[in-house]
Unconditional design. Structure first.
Length: 332
């Protein structure tokens, strides 16, 4: 293998990207270029993001050795935690994108020296046949969870709804982190699929705290505290919106406590976020919605968000390992 010291590697072995830097760079460059050609929103920054994620330890990587002792596949992601491993990048070189190769690659990544037990895969990158990818991963227990971006057009007024007596909306503060984490657990208690997409721990509160810390920090992108809001009543927090910089303004959280649904809190919170972003001169905001979450899609469409079909993609979840039933996958 180019750049690798010592004896040749066995066909089908997984090796550390540091052992073959030129092969790593080649495959990551191919993946980034294919993604850019397909219109991925990050375009040229994809390669830098992947390389930096490996260098600073956010992701671990694995190269898959081909029959000629060269790397024919690369994967980046998170090793198995309490729930299982998650792959963020999975790319196969041309000539190895058939169902058998996809299945073989994922089966190797599912091993302890890869990311196993695997609970999540990304959608196939550009250049891969979606049908061949599905044929390779479905027999291994993975199911597609489609997601799509929705944008709020700049020529529409911010969403609005009548005020609710006894409920106030205020800007979010750093010391609200614990309240936001607790709200996250309550708001997603009946949405197993969206919970599974970000699940790393067996304790939902541990995931909520880690997720909130990421949003309030810089790992997702700059937190827009000025455009993040809480709704509170006499019993505590009933709703929240969180906004971050992620290739433009991204509304990363829209949450309402189940006890307070149907009162217009999400609409008012989104209205406050959209208005704050506009006042700050930011571009049109977007959010990402799971397609099976019909309740959320109806709400966002009703108040003016528009789906961007070019962003439609999927995460592939291992239903059995994440405890997802057919009813869960059907969505709320």
């Amino acid at each position: 293998m180019t750049g690798a010291p010592g004896a040749p590697r066995a066909f089908g072995a997984l090796v550390d990207p540091e052992s073959a830097p030129s092969e790593t760079r080649r495959l990551l460059t191919e993946w980034a270029q294919a993604s850019a050609d397909a219109g991925a929103p990050w375009r040229a920054t994809l390669l830098d993001w992947a390389a930096e994620s490996l260098a600073d330890g956010r992701f671990v990587g694995r190269l898959w050795v081909g029959p000629k002792d060269d790397a024919i596949g690369i994967a980046l992601g998170l090793p198995a935690g309490e729930v299982g491993g998650r792959v963020e990048v999975a790319y196969l070189a041309e000539g190895f994108r058939n169902a058998a190769s996809v299945g073989g690659f994922v089966a190797r990544l599912d091993a302890p020296d890869g990311f196993g037990p695997l609970v999540e895969l990304p959608d196939p990158p550009a250049g891969h046949d979606p049908a061949a990818f599905a044929s390779g991963v479905v027999p291994l227990g993975f199911v597609a969870v489609p997601r799509v971006d929705m944008r709020f057009p700049g020529d529409r007024p911010p969403p609005s709804a009548p005020n609710v007596p006894g409920v106030r909306i205020r800007p979010m503060r750093p010391d609200d982190a614990d309240a936001v984490a607790a709200l996250t657990v309550r708001a997603y208690s009946d949405n197993r699929v969206d919970t599974a997409l970000f699940q790393r721990h067996l304790d939902p509160m541990a995931d909520a705290r880690a997720g909130t810390a990421a949003l309030f920090g810089r790992s997702v992108g700059e937190w827009y505290a000025f455009a993040s809001f809480l709704a509170e009543d006499a019993e505590g927090v009933v709703g929240a919106t969180v906004a971050n910089e992620h290739s433009g303004p991204l509304i990363t959280q829209v949450m309402v406590d189940p006890r307070a649904r149907g009162a217009g809190h999400a609409t008012r919170l989104l209205g406050a976020t959209v208005a704050a972003l506009r006042a700050a001169g930011r571009p049109e905001p977007r959010l990402v919605v799971t397609c099976s979450n019909r309740r959320a899609r109806r709400l966002y469409g009703h108040i003016g968000f528009v789906e961007d079909p070019s962003t439609l993609g999927a995460r592939w979840l291992h239903a059995e390992r994440l405890g997802l039933s057919d009813a869960d996958l059907a969505g709320p």
